[in-house]
Structure formats: structure tokens, C-alpha cells
Design a protein around this ligand. Structure first.
Ligand code: CDP
Ligand code: MG
Length: 756
């Protein structure tokens, strides 16, 4: 989880070039994927002059008239949605016209692939049809989503359509949050949740049907589920599987399950005019803002959707837009039409997310600024204009760094087309691509690279091992991950003590599987137990699992910074988080106390929930809760013990390099360690975030001797007596292992000889 300080937004405002540092990042990281995607090539182009499309009236007047006509029709659609009951709206969806045929195909087949344009009703209707058809009489209908937000918002919508409380007949489950009850028959969940359920119940007996939604996204967990569910289908004749996709890669899914039928929902979309940038654009945030303002001032009504890569860019865009609107309103003496600016990203609080579906009262134009979450998983009606930056964030395993990093990449052509399509749902629309046609044709990949082929497989390896998949290379993957990635992930698990030398799960590994956490954090819990500071470690991990708890409104930046500083524990951001939580607890978890101290109550409450769930798991494992009291040095040692792959050494003021791979990384100005006078020589960090620089996120000062003690496979203390002794011992051990091995080989050969 990326936790970004809002200072980053300011940095973007200062218009430091994002693309330059991105290019530098790739030079340093030297990742293979960078080469595949031609990132550097396109980065060069983007550094050239900015040009905004559409400003010189590429759309002529006649076009506009036609547009306005269609727009009227489009408005009729929105009016329809407003004035009719949810039940009537349901009948208006494309999927409704093929309801009976679809149910028949499902009746006659165990596995069906369903293809339909985004917004045709797959996610909200399929589950209800199955319920209406009686499939929920014996078992529940589960529907998986690659994104948490989609699972929550869709469950809410369906519960409204079925006129039931959320959590009653219809519920959802995401990591650390289960809103289902004994009566729940339709359960939306993230694919990760279902994957974890297979640990407890390999046959998924409580499910009558599973809908694997958004399969085209090819999320890591979905891909693993493919292999697992294929086995369930073979074992349980009463089980049905529906795989849905918004794009045309359905044949591949069908083949994987043995040429199962593909059911296509007829589309109902309007043409979308595509306009390309004339030359590559340097600062797509600036270009997008300009384009949105141009549309707002010169084009007919219709909402705008802008695709950005992440939270910081979205915040910067929204801020810039509101500034320019203010300016516009003041220069036109209030005559300008209102523009409702709405951010949308997964870490945004749920009530703010829900706003994108609301209709503005005063007939204002909506401008939604979203991540690729709005590409397929969420459908907002009324969008006529799409502004596509051509970039998106992807989790990529970087072999040089030995870790996953969320990085900005050009999207694939399939994704770009999907984005454009969002403008043609209510009427004919326009998509402004802030990149050249050549970039689209020559530099973008046709399809995105499945996550399984580009991320760290630590969790997957752990999970499959616990499901007794001995040889991961034999697992039925639709697209097998590169062997390198498997080996690398296994190596990391071995370092964490989860795998034995022979590659099987150790006791530690078995325990780690129980926690819905990334392996290093799961390990930190177990170390917390060993170091008798489990209470403290659980709190820290809970705080790391939620959005930032610090509140920093733009108009009160100074006050909020001062308030945050009061919580600082100068050696560690992790301990600062612990301090915040403990003080909140000491103040009876009060909301007004949070307000007074510029803390986000919601985030803290979420942390408290996560904490209590982790405690439940610890209880089932019969691990008692220990506390180290005020001796927090031991907590730092526990933190150090799991982050040694993220250990860094100081090189200059605020400048560090990763101890293992030499990657430069910087202390973020919002860190508790920043400006504390003498910066520590050695630190470990939670993750590396690339914005204008490679910033370490959540940093803790460590004693270098701990690194040697806890990660001896990586670090040693030079010229120290102990290490000399240890090294000699290690060499001896290695020698004896080798001798044993040779002896064994000789014996085997001799036996083979005998048999001959
Ligand atoms: O899954 P698919 O993209 O095929 O469509 P869907 O998500 O089932 O959406 C069907 C309709 O429900 C769309 O017109 C959405 O705008 C609407 N919807 C909504 O109003 N609110 C939600 N939270 C989800 C869907
Ligand atoms: Mg959907």
C-alpha cells in the first residue's frame, strides 16, 4: 500500500518533470519490462513540446450539431435513469434482453465465458439472475473482483436493487472486512478473499456458482484462481463457473477450460471520435487540466472523465482544475457554468467515492479524475469526454531491486481503447489522447502483460505450497510466470525462513500463510512474538495496512505539519505510527481528539479493525500477546529483521543507497527522521515510492550490527572477531555439507552399478 504525503502534490505543482525521473529510474533499475514496453523510447518523446488537442477546432460545427442531437437522446437516457425505479433500470440493461438464453447456456454447461461491453450489466445482473433462477437454494453465488472498491460499490448497488440491507441477502468481503451474514446468498469479494478461502475449503463447498468477474484484467489472484477453480470444476459436478470479460480475449479463457461456450451480450454503444495529440506532451497533468478546461468552456454538456496514474496526480489535477475554475468564475463575474471536480482512486474514503455516481443538482458538469479503476470496473453514466494520459500504474517486480514497485507505464492499446469506450456509453463521445497516434501504434503493447508475469510471487508461492502444490512449474497456469520470478520469490521466502532448503514450507511458513499479509509483514509478526513485542508490532502492521492517518488540508498545511511533528519518534516513522495509535487509545479512541491533532479518524478506526482481526488470527494460532512496554528499541530490531532487503546506507544529506543493490533512495521530507539533526547511517524502509525522486516510505533507523545478525546471508560486519569466527564456521559447515553430498552421490552411483 502506498502511503503518500500530500507534500508530493505540491511537488507536482512545482511542475518538476515526472518523466525525467522516471527515465532515470529505469536506467538505474534496468528492468527487463522497461525494455519490453519501450518505456524509454516514449519518455524521450514526452520531453518534447506540449501540445493540446482539439483547441483549434478539429470538430467542426456540423459535427457539433449532430452531437447536440445525440446528446438530447443521451439526456433522455439519463432522465430515464432518474425518473424510473431501479427495477425498471435493470430491464433497460443490454444483458436483460438475453437473460433467458444466457440462463439456458448456464444450465447446460458447467463453465461459461460471458463477454460484454462494460456497463452491459454483467457484474450487477448475473448474480441476481442466478439467484432468481434458484441457484441460491443450495449454496451461495460468489462473484470475484480484482479491486476492493468494485466489490464494495457493486455489492451496495445490488443490495439496493434487491431492496435488502447490505450484509443481509447481499454482502461483500475484502481483506480485513467481511460484510456478509448468515442469510447472505450473493457475495461479492476480491479474488484474493476467495483464494484464501480455498485454503480452508479446497472444494469451496458453500458456493453453488462462482462468477469470476473482470477476468480480462488478469490480476495475479484471478490467474491463480483459474488453476484452482479448474480443479474444483473437475471434482464437483454441482459447481458452476462463469468467467466474464469486457474484452475479446475470451477465446483464451474458453480454451483453458476445455473449449467451453462463449456467450456474447450484444453491445449498445455510440461512436467515439478519437483525437490524438500532435506531438508528445511533456507534462500530462498540465495538458489534461488544460484540455478539460477547454472542453468545459467550448463544448456542449456532457461529463468528463480523466485518466491519471495515481492519487498524487489526481489530487494535483483536481487542485489545478479548481484553481482555474475559481479564476474563470472571477473573470466572467460568476457567469461560468459550474464544474464538479471529483477524484476517484482506491484509497479514497468510500463516501467520497460514492459521489461520482450522484447527479449534481444544479446541472453542473461533472469532471471525474480517476485511476484505471474507471477503465472497466466502475461504470459512470453520462460521460461524453474522455481525456486519456496514456499512462497507468502497474505493480512490477523489479529484479534489480528484488521487490515489487508500483510504477508508471504506458497502458496497452486494449486499455486505451477501453478508456475511449467510456465516452460512448450514453451518446457519441470524444476521446482526447494526450499522446501521438504513432505512440499508440508503435509503442503501446496490444495487450497488458498479466500481473502473474510481472510481480513478486511471494504470496502465491506460499499459498500454492500450502495447498500442497509441490512443483510450482507443474501448476496449471494460463500463462506461466517466468521461472526467474518463481525462483526469486522462493529465494525471498527462504531468506524469511518460510521455506526450507528443499523448498517445502517450514513451521514459520505454515504460520505465515495464516495471515492475509505480504510475507515480510507476516514474518514481522512472528518475530514480534519471538522478541516479546508482539503488541507493538501488530499495531504497526495495522497502521501500515490503512491509508495515511495524517490529515493535511491545503489551507492549514503549517498547523497540520506542526501537529504531526508532535507525534514524531525521531528514530522511526514506524514508531511514530505506533505512538499515534497508542496516544489515540489513551484518549479513548476519541474522534474530537483526532480532529484536534489533524488525524484521520476513519483511517485510525480502520487500523483498529485490522488490528483486532490480526489478534483473532493470533489467537487461533495460540500465540499470546506480549508487550515490551516503553522499550521500543526491541521493536526497531523486530522491524529490522524483516526489512533487510530494504536496508539503506547514508551517502549524503538525506541521500541513501540500498545496501544490497546500490539503488539510490531518499528520505522524504515528511519523515520523522528528516531534519532531526544527524541523520542515521543505516535505515530500513517499508517501500520505495517513485515520484520526483525515489523516496523511501516509512523509515526506521537501525543498528548495522542488527543487519549482520539478522540477515547473515546478505551482510557481515567487516573485520570483527565474531564475524571471522562465524565465517570460519560457515565455511566449515559448507564444506561438510558438500562432503556429505559427494559421499551420497558416490553411494548412489555404486548402487546403480550394482543394479546393472
Ligand atoms: O459489469 P458491467 O460492466 O457489464 O456492468 P455493471 O457494472 O453491472 O453496470 C450496469 C449498470 O449499473 C451501469 O449502467 C452502471 O452505471 C450501473 N451501476 C450503478 O449505477 N452503480 C454502481 N455502483 C454499479 C453499477
Ligand atoms: Mg463489471
Amino acid at each position: 500500500i502506498s502511503r503518500k504525503g500530500s507534500k508530493l502534490v505540491r511537488e507536482i505543482h512545482e511542475k518538476q518533470s515526472i518523466s525525467k525521473s522516471r527515465q532515470r529510474f529505469w536506467e538505474l533499475a534496468g528492468s527487463k519490462l522497461g525494455d519490453i514496453l519501450g518505456v524509454e523510447k516514449s519518455t524521450e518523446q514526452i520531453d518534447a513540446d506540449t501540445a493540446v488537442v482539439g483547441e483549434d477546432g478539429e470538430v467542426d460545427f456540423k459535427e457539433d450539431a449532430k452531437f447536440a442531437q445525440h446528446l438530447k437522446k443521451g439526456e433522455a437516457v439519463s432522465d430515464f435513469a432518474k425518473s424510473n425505479s431501479l427495477a425498471q433500470q435493470r430491464q433497460y440493461l443490454p444483458i436483460f434482453s438475453v437473460r433467458d438464453e444466457l440462463l439456458q447456456v448456464v444450465r447446460e454447461n458447467q463453465v461459461v465465458v460471458v463477454v460484454g461491453e462494460t456497463g452491459s450489466g454483467k457484474t450487477t445482473q448475473l448474480t441476481q439472475y442466478l439467484h432468481e433462477e434458484g441457484y441460491t437454494n443450495n449454496g451461495i453465488v460468489g462473484c470475484t473482483q480484482p479491486r476492493r472498491v468494485a466489490a464494495m460499490s457493486v455489492a451496495k448497488r445490488v443490495s439496493e436493487e434487491m431492496e435488502t440491507e447490505l450484509g443481509d441477502l447481499v454482502g461483500y468481503a475484502i481483506r480485513f472486512e467481511d460484510v456478509t451474514g448468515p442469510k447472505t446468498v450473493i457475495k461479492y469479494m476480491t479474488d484474493g478473499v476467495l483464494l484464501r478461502e480455498t485454503l480452508k475449503d479446497a472444494d469451496l463447498d458453500k458456493y453453488r456458482v462462482v462468477v469470476m468477474d473482470e477476468a480480462h484484467e488478469r490480476s495475479l489472484n484471478t490467474d491463480v484462481l483459474f488453476g484452482i477453480l479448474k480443479k474444483v470444476v473437475a471434482r464437483r459436478r454441482d459447481f458452476k463457473l462463469i468467467v466474464t470479460s469486457a474484452t475479446l480475449d475470451a477465446q483464451k479463457f474458453s480454451n483453458f477450460f476445455g473449449s467451453v461456450p462463449i456467450f456474447r451480450i450484444p453491445g449498445r454503444t455510440f461512436p467515439v471520435q478519437i483525437l490524438y495529440s500532435k506531438s508528445p506532451c511533456e507534462d500530462y497533468v498540465e495538458a489534461a487540466v488544460k484540455q478539460a478546461m477547454t472542453i468545459h468552456i467550448t463544448r456542449p454538456p456532457g461529463d468528463i472523465l480523466i485518466f491519471m496514474t495515481g492519487q498524487d496526480e489526481i489530487e494535483a489535477t483536481c487542485y489545478a482544475l479548481s484553481e482555474r475554475m475559481q479564476h474563470l468564475v472571477s473573470t466572467t463575474s460568476g457567469k461560468a457554468r459550474n464544474l464538479l471536480i471529483l477524484p476517484m482512486y482506491s484509497q479514497l474514503p468510500a463516501d467520497l467515492q460514492a459521489k461520482i455516481f450522484e447527479k449534481p443538482e444544479d446541472g453542473a458538469r461533472k469532471c471525474i479524475v480517476a485511476t484505471n479503476i474507471a477503465e472497466t470496473s466502475l461504470t459512470v453514466d453520462g460521460i461524453y469526454y474522455v481525456i486519456d494520459t496514456g499512462y497507468g500504474k502497474m505493480k512490477v517486480y523489479n529484479p534489480r531491486m528484488g521487490m515489487d514497485a508500483l510504477q508508471v507505464f504506458p497502458v496497452s492499446r486494449a486499455a486505451a481503447d477501453q478508456r475511449a469506450g467510456r465516452a460512448g456509453r450514453t451518446g457519441p463521445g470524444t476521446c482526447y489522447r494526450l499522446y501521438t497516434e504513432n505512440a499508440y501504434l508503435d509503442e503501446m503493447l496490444a495487450q497488458p502483460v498479466p500481473e502473474i508475469q510481472r510481480t513478486n510471487l511471494g504470496n502465491v508461492v506460499l499459498l500454492l505450497k500450502s495447498l500442497n502444490v509441490e512443483n510450482l512449474l507443474d501448476f496449471d497456469f494460463m500463462d506461466p510466470p517466468p521461472q526467474d520470478n518463481i525462483v526469486n520469490s522462493m529465494y525471498q521466502l527462504w531468506v524469511l525462513g518460510a521455506l526450507s532448503n528443499t523448498g517445502s514450507l517450514t513451521n514459520v511458513g505454515w504460520k505465515m500463510v495464516e495471515f492475509p499479509l505480504d510475507p515480510p509483514l507476516a514474518k514481522m509478526l512472528l518475530i514480534g512474538e519471538r522478541f516479546k513485542c508482539l503488541n507493538e508490532v501488530v499495531t504497526i502492521i495495522s497502521m501500515l495496512s490503512v491509508p495515511s492517518v495524517f490529515f493535511r488540508p491545503k489551507d492549514r498545511a503549517k498547523e497540520s505539519d506542526d501537529a504531526r511533528e508532535k507525534f514524531f519518534v525521531s528514530e522511526s516513522d514506524h514508531l511514530t505510527l505506533l505512538n499515534v495509535y497508542q496516544q489515540w487509545k489513551a484518549n479513548e479512541y476519541r474522534g474530537d481528539w483526532c480532529n484536534d491533532h489533524y488525524l484521520q479518524l476513519k483511517a485510525l478506526q480502520k487500523a483498529r479493525e485490522v488490528r483486532s482481526q490480526l489478534l483473532d488470527i493470533l489467537k487461533t494460532l495460540k500465540i499470546g500477546l506480549s508487550s515490551c512496554g516503553p522499550n521500543w528499541d526491541i521493536v526497531r530490531k523486530a522491524i529490522c529483521s524483516t526489512y533487510f532487503h530494504n536496508a539503506a546506507r547514508m551517502k549524503g544529506v538525506g541521500e541513501y543507497v540500498n545496501c544490497r543493490n546500490g539503488m539510490p533512495c531518499h528520505l522524504h521530507p515528511s519523515s520523522a527522521l528528516y531534519g532531526s539533526g544527524d541523520m542515521p547511517d543505516y535505515v530500513v524502509y517499508h517501500e520505495l515510492i517513485l515520484t520526483t525522486k525515489e523516496y523511501m516510505q516509512c523509515v526506521t533507523c537501525v543498528d548495522p550490527r542488527w543487519l549482520a545478525e539478522l540477515g547473515p546471508m546478505f551482510f557481515s560486519v567487516k573485520d570483527s572477531d565474531t564475524s571471522m569466527l562465524e565465517q570460519t564456521k560457515k565455511r566449515k559447515d559448507e564444506k561438510s555439507v558438500m562432503e556429505e553430498e559427494i559421499e551420497r552421490l558416490i553411494k548412489e552411483e555404486a548402487e546403480a552399478e550394482m543394479r546393472k
